[in-house]
Write a protein that binds this ligand. Sequence first.
Ligand SMILES: O=c1ccn([C@@H]2O[C@H](COP(=O)(O)OP(=O)(O)O[C@H]3O[C@H](CO)[C@@H](O)[C@H](O)[C@H]3O)[C@@H](O)[C@H]2O)c(=O)[nH]1
Ligand SMILES: [Mn+2]
Length: 593
Amino acid sequence: MRGKSSGTEIPPLNTTEPIRRTALNRVFAVVYTCAIFALLYHHVETLTIRGRNPLVLVVSFCLLLSDVILALMWATTQAFRMRPIHRREFPGNLQKVVRPREFPALDVLICTADPYKEPPLSVVNTALSVMAYDYPTEKLSVYVSDDGGSALTLFAFMEAAKFAAHWLPFCRKFNLMERNPHAYFSSSSSTSTHACCSEIKMMYERMKVKVEHVVESGKVGDENITGDREREAFSKWTDDFTRHEHPTVIQVLLETSKDRDITGHFMPNLVYISREKSKTSPHRFKAGALNVLLRVSAIMTNAPMVLTLDCDMSSNDPQTPLRVLCYISDPATRPNLSFVQFPQRFRGLSKNDIYASEFKRLFLINFLGMDGLKGPNYVGTGAFFCRRSLFGSPSTLISPEIPQLHPNHVVDKDKPIHESPAMLSLAHHVAGCNYENQTKWGSKMGIRYGSLVEDYYTGYLLHCEGWRSIFCNPDRPAFYGDAPTTLVDLLNQHKRWAIGLLEVAFSRYCPITFGIRTMGLTGLAYAHYSFWPIWSIPIMLYAFLPQLALASGISIFPKISEPGFLLYLFLFLGAYGQDCLDFLLEGDDLRQR
Ligand SMILES: O=c1ccn([C@@H]2O[C@H](COP(=O)(O)OP(=O)(O)O[C@H]3O[C@H](CO)[C@@H](O)[C@H](O)[C@H]3O)[C@@H](O)[C@H]2O)c(=O)[nH]1
Ligand SMILES: [Mn+2]
């Protein structure tokens, strides 16, 4: 591959290459714009000349409205086509440039919210998959936020901490690529290759049975509690403890400074957090949970690199943090870098993906386009942040209200966390439900509040502040997640997205005005998403108009013999053809279209 090295070092850590069809895209955009204007002119003409008949008037107006919206949406998609690029990174070269001792620490933040919709066993699998990263374990910490406030989830994590002491060395010994235990034991590679596999598989099965039994029974019984520390932890679940009203629970389950796996190797930190909830204070859903995780992790480890992960998405490649380092350690890509975003990929889609659940345009093709501008938007999971970027713009650092939360604060690692009551009590304090009152959390710091799609909104505001992001799309997917499986879940998810996006569209940071003014084409790309819900208007109108028009004897499309027909033909084939080409050139086959 021909590529331009963006680093000054030799060997290169990463390369970028413009996608070749860009020139064609630009020419096509000019021609297609002319065709759109011709169509709109045609509609206006029909409306003014033939519009004396009220039915024709209504129909023509609806067509004009639909086509204006479609034209606007088409215009916003051009942002993705003006400068798409492909990137590659070379983790193999990393050790020649940075020594593992100098790797930055990594805090992984995992969110879960409901032990029945998001089974604790699968959350545990997510955590184990990242705890087993090929990364210096003493630099790795995993923080789990449980918005369900469930003893069942804590129990699952206590079991996971014990299992991890066997699982992590097993992964290292056999250099497994698949480090999510559930995925590994369900795959064929687990059955044949390793003799001691059956032993660890049995251990996993025992943990699974125990956790599932506890979840089924709905409570952690006395027989499941093995020590005083565990008993003390579960004693917080008193009778008036509900998921909407409870005190903060923080449980340090594994600590690098004292816990070792069965081979005597360091374990990563593993911390369970269920933030304080009260019916009288807003909890801000996932954005609130992530901000609590950001603060608690700042107090305990304050790693400069932060990975946010949904509990329904686990690692599929242990080398992923090294790929991120290829950008973070490169002086050419490092300046103003806020986050490195990996695409969301889903398990279990059918081969031809007839429902387009892969979201390939959203998570791949559009990302390649945005990567050539200021970078892809944040999609809530699979993103590695530079912690500093969540505290003000590149030029102006906003200091948090207490020095321990400052991104440059150095945590004293001599004392284990559980022996430091001051640290634990501060961690409880910053996880309190009133902590954020009169602070800049959610407005200028951390994950931003104000939209149900906190990921989109936060990424957008970070880009407006002058930060950039990078799209990393290795051949082996870095993460695999679960897509909604029922129609009701899917509709709820889309409704949530639509409301959240419109909240941004009609805010004072509307991408059409504020976004485009601040960052040009990137703002236009953001406008494409925030106005995505208005697609529904032309879709509804085009779904019903032809039948209504046919029933009332009005023709709404030109006849084949009329010149207007060619215009429609070009507009239709042009849009679909270009779309199809985008997909084919990014590795789809025709059946998937
Ligand atoms: O009060 C809440 C609600 C949700 N979550 C967690 O947020 C994540 C995402 O929620 P999910 O129900 O899976 O929503 P999706 O629609 O699948 O998520 C997509 O859309 C969200 C909103 O834009 C993003 O945050 C996600 O990263 C993105 O994958 C999950 O891990 C939840 O456990 C919380 O922690 N607290
Ligand atoms: Mn999800």
